[in-house]
Write a protein that binds this ligand. Sequence first.
Ligand code: BMA
Length: 385
Amino acid sequence: MKKVLATFVLLCLPFISLPTMAKKSITPRQQLIERLAKIQQKGYMYGHQDDPFYGISWDWDADRSDTYDLVGDYPGVMGFDLGGIEMADEKNLDSVPFTRMREEIIRHYERGGIITLSWHPRNPLLGTTAWIENDIKAYQQAREALGTLHQDKLGEQIPVPQTTVHSVLPGGSQAEKFQLWLHRITDFMLSLKDSKGQQIPFIFRPWHENNGSWFWWGQNNCSDAEFHALWDLTQDYINVQLKDFIVWSFSPNLYGAWTEADWLIRYPGDDRVDLIGEDAYQWGTETDFVRGLDADLTLITKIAAEHGKLIALTECGYQNSPDATWWQRVFKPIIEKYPIVYFLPWRNFKKEHFGASKDAKTADDFLEWSKQSNFLFIKDIKKIK
Ligand code: BMA
């Protein structure tokens, strides 16, 4: 009898253990992708950049959040920027100490939240910021000074002045420095461990807004081939150690006039992207914003369905919320037409704020919207694993 039982158990073993094994073998990255898909079935999450560091009327208080102060809950998604980590700086480009950032990432993860990281690295060739337009004089001067130098050094096949992106690719004048930058950003990412010592999975959104030309990796500042090489170099380097923990987001900027073929030119590929994002601010008129965002989200929704990807508004907002009714009157009707999993207004920094806050003109409007059952904050997503 014992033998029969043993044989029976042995025969059943594959059936008993398979589901458990399958569950165990899923990586934290896949788990996060699946979690996002489940959340999307319930609605869309609120995200906010730099939420626990400062708000419209305060900065650096412990345990404070403009979102929490207004709606009584934290955003589902918190965004943090790693600009400065490449230089081994102690603080990021917006004066956030990296040690504090790490602490808040862990806290948010442990309260059931989702983390997204962006990176505005300095210009590795010219030593200026990530933004060409903000720094145009310094940029031009550095460019002129370097143009001839690189022609001498690298020969006539290299376009002069050489693009910054070209300079970081293998064989380029800044290739070695860029390896160090990748090493430093990877190191910081590797240091994101929860209190049990487990690596924290996150969404990473490098080389964003690439269809504009304000960043050194932007449309007119590198060729399509250079852009792809930059993406691949970055992803392949970081993925050596973190491929099971990163959900990769490709996020061009609001444009409003793409064809599918054009949009796909700089798309890194289905094997390289998990989430299709878009950064979309209302900088101009309401009509242009609504028309553009509607067109882009129609296209992105179609591409995402064809390629099996998630979609999100990875940065958004109307700076300083001049219109008290903007969230529900302008923004909500567009985003509710599409299967976005979250939208993330940029930081609330005194004179430059985008997110919800008691101190914003839009407070009542946002508070009312936040009570809608498909608008998700931490309490709504905590149990969705
Ligand atoms: C921009 C502005 C800047 C900031 C940068 C990185 O949109 O908010 O002030 O330094 O993002 O967060």
